[in-house]
Design a protein around this ligand. Structure first.
Ligand SMILES: Cc1cc2nc3c(=O)[nH]c(=O)nc-3n(C[C@H](O)[C@H](O)[C@H](O)COP(=O)(O)OP(=O)(O)OC[C@H]3O[C@@H](n4cnc5c(N)ncnc54)[C@H](O)[C@@H]3O)c2cc1C
Length: 403
């Protein structure tokens, strides 16, 4: 029973290594090498991370769909699987796990080598453009070549990260086999804000508490690192709100608390002490030691203060205005960056047409789908790769008759 897998990313490689050697496996990848997106994953490409299997950190029309796969093959199983392939990993204080080598190449390498050892037939530079159901199984077309298999796993990923292989062909292949797709949107991407405020801060990082609001209504909250860019706000904390920033209607605002460790009263008291202790210091140094210098200057200018005048000249009202900006800096939201910049696709092929325990199609028996092509996306922090590993494992095991 040959299993054909379309897509050599995280979920496709996991499916291949689970199905083989119980079944002969043919894996077709359109790029010149497998695992390209995987190589860019993790904290600035230092390697992929693994997250706890919290179903509540996943989204889609039916996020509960992912629970069966995450329960059957969770983080511990994934770590044991990779340890078995020779990957040495280590945990960071934030709970994330990375390859000890600090490079995602290690992850792709151990997957690739294991695939060779298990006899997985990997064909790169092979884009599947058409698929037909036959009595025996499936016929796939790529250029002039045709490939046949008894079971088919579509692991083509989503539209995010086009330069790394993202695209819509997985959706099209599944649609041609009777499946339906919901709307797709870029997620885990930069939030575009009024760039007058953020452009001078390009490259500055800060730890902040972010709240997305419409008027006074809170639509989402996240804590963590932000990075300011030409367009607005990037970094994990911004990524986590980007889904809501893309989907919520109306005038949205991003409210940043740039010193979450201090209450407004505590901050106001500290600024008062600073004024008393250093009366001759120019106002440009009011926030020195508390915030990144460039960030401090932007806020002090926005508060309308004269940067050269001494701290002793500041009034309580002016100190309160600075506190207000530090604790509740409001940036009007203009949208989010598109699929090219996004880490993941929100939306995708509807999960209701698949069995959650096996990821087999309810419409076309013998067809399976896994990873980002399905309408499941996770928060920032390893959840998307965990879905790829868990769902790839289930699809591979089910297609090979191992479940
Ligand atoms: C820059 C970046 C950083 C990221 N960082 C993280 C992170 O730190 N943690 C995390 O959890 N997630 C992260 N992600 C998301 C994560 O990488 C993806 O969710 C995950 O790789 C999806 O796995 P997949 O197998 O579904 O798809 P992919 O890994 O995208 O693999 C799909 C493969 O299918 C191939 N393909 C597509 N169509 C065809 C076709 N018609 N014929 C043949 N081959 C085809 C593609 O070329 C690709 O290689 C990041 C993503 C990006 C872009």
């Amino acid at each position: 029973m040959t299993v054909i897998i379309v897509g050599g990313g995280a979920s496709g490689l996991m499916a291949a290594l689970t199905a083989a050697p119980a079944s002969p496996v043919l894996l077709l990848e359109r790029q010149s090498r497998v695992g390209r997106k995987l190589m860019a994953s993790g904290n600035e490409g230092k390697g992929c991370s693994f997250a706890e299997e919290h179903p509540e950190r996943y989204h889609g029309v039916d996020p509960a769909f992912c629970a069966a796969a995450l329960n059957r093959f969770g983080v511990d199983d994934t770590l044991a699987f990779f340890a078995g392939l020779g990957l040495v990993s280590c945990s960071e204080p934030d709970g994330r796990v990375y390859p000890f080598s600090d490079t995602a190449n290690s992850v792709v390498d151990v997957l690739r080598l294991a695939a060779g050892e298990k006899g997985v037939d990997i064909r790169t530079g092979c884009e599947v453009t058409e698929v037909r159901r036959t009595g025996e199984g499936f016929v796939l077309r790529s250029g002039d070549a045709e490939y046949t298999g008894h079971k088919l796993i579509v692991a083509c990923g989503g539209a995010a990260g086009a330069r790394l292989g993202g695209g819509v062909s997985g959706y099209r292949l599944l649609e041609s086999l009777g499946h339906r797709r919901g709307p797709i949107l870029p997620a885990l991407t930069q939030i575009k804000t009024d760039s007058r405020f953020t452009r001078p801060l390009k490259g500055v990082r800060a730890k902040a508490a972010l709240t997305l609001v419409r008027g006074e209504r809170e639509l989402g909250h996240s804590d963590g690192e932000v990075q300011f860019t030409d367009f607005g706000v990037s970094g994990p904390a911004a990524f986590d709100l980007s889904r809501a920033a893309a989907t919520e209607k109306g005038d949205l605002t991003l409210a940043l608390d740039l010193l979450p460790a201090l209450s407004r009263q505590e901050l106001q008291a500290r600024l008062g002490e600073r004024k008393a202790s250093f009366p001759q210091l120019p106002t440009e140094h009011l926030l020195t030691g508390a915030l990144h210098n460039r960030l401090a200057l932007v806020l002090l200018k926005q508060a309308g203060l004269s940067l050269a005048s001494p701290l002793s000249a500041l009034t309580e009202k002016q100190l309160a205005a600075v506190c207000g900006l530090v604790k509740d800096w409001r940036l009007p939201v203009l949208g989010v960056l598109g699929f090219d910049a996004a880490q993941v696709t929100a939306g995708g092929v509807l999960t209701r047409d698949f069995h959650p325990e096996t990821l087999e199609s309810r419409i076309t028996p013998g067809l399976y789908a896994c990873g980002e092509v399905l309408d499941i996306d996770g928060d920032c922090g390893g959840f998307n790769l965990q879905w790829a590993w868990s769902s790839g494992h289930i699809a591979g095991a089910a297609a090979a008759g191992l479940l």
